[in-house]
Design a protein around this ligand. Structure first.
Ligand code: SF4
Length: 267
């Protein structure tokens, strides 16, 4: 109920910005959606600069972080990672040899310890069974197959799988998270959809197409990494549950009228 109230409040504030032509001077109306996303990416990069994600010292640490960050803040994740690091367990071998009950205690700060400990063990078992315990071997797997395998593991949904593919395995995956959905919906880029698997798939396709068409960086992988990090940044600073459009680098891309929200309604 509370979440619903927040959503309604966010919607009405955003609609006020859309209905007031002076509230935004849209610079991209009429452009194909991929081009609008491209402009959004460029504007965020100009505003925030390179993000150089993911905050982890090793690929495996990044994977552990991707599991632990589900449904919790990064600050809580850091406390769990610090526990594991201090205990000398932040490695494949460390997780492998740690009994599940003990692992739960180390990762308790990031919540859902029972489920997350079981999922981390399942990941290491998968790596041992399919790739001889080697992340490098997993990196050499075709990304489509690797994605399917990751999605078949407990505790791994599309967002976690794509974050692992992108930041730990160096594939140009698109991470569809709540921040990206919000920006898409609020800027009329959601093709009439507001949630669901189809919405996420269309968003992923759209962003992938945009990154292929024009690059800010030397590789598609680098672009994908920066794009996700920048969307998270604008989400944390402005595009929260209640949108704070004033001063946002994407304010100029807001639809200038209610009907303008339909302008980009094509993926
Ligand atoms: S991205 Fe910025 S301008 Fe766009 S809806 Fe969110 S807060 Fe408003």
């Amino acid at each position: 109920m509370e979440a619903r109230t927040q959503k309604q409040s966010a919607g009405s504030r955003h609609t006020a910005a859309i209905d007031d032509p002076s509230a935004s001077q849209n610079v991209a109306e009429g452009l194909p959606a991929a081009q609008v996303w491209d402009s959004i990416y460029a504007a965020l990069y100009a505003a925030y600069g390179p993000q150089h994600w993911w905050p982890a010292e090793t690929r495996f640490e990044m994977i552990v972080g991707a599991y632990l960050t589900q449904a919790t803040s990064w600050r809580s994740v850091e406390r769990s990672l610090n526990n594991l690091r201090a205990a000398g367990l932040l490695s494949i071998a460390g997780i492998r040899r740690t009994p599940e009950e003990e692992l739960r205690a180390w990762i308790r700060p990031s919540g859902f310890a029972q489920r997350k400990a079981a999922s981390l063990h399942a990941f290491v078992r998968f790596l041992d069974r399919q790739y001889r315990g080697s992340l490098n071997q997993l990196r050499q797997q075709h990304p489509t197959i690797a994605r399917e395998q990751l999605l078949s593991l407990p505790g791994v949904g599309p967002e976690t799988a794509d974050a692992i593919l992108l930041y730990a395995l160096d594939h140009p995956a698109i991470v569809v998270d709540e921040y990206l959905r919000r920006v898409s919906r609020r800027h009329g880029l959601s093709s009439g959809l507001s949630s669901g698997k189809l919405f996420d798939e269309k968003l992923r396709d759209m962003a992938a197409r945009m990154l292929r068409q024009r690059r800010l960086h030397s590789t598609e992988r680098e672009d994908a990494g920066e794009f996700h990090a920048l969307i998270v940044e604008v989400g944390k600073r402005h595009c929260r549950a209640t949108a704070q459009c004033a001063g946002c680098p994407l304010e100029k891309f807001l639809p200038s009228t209610r009907s303008g929200a339909e302008v980009y309604d094509k993926f």
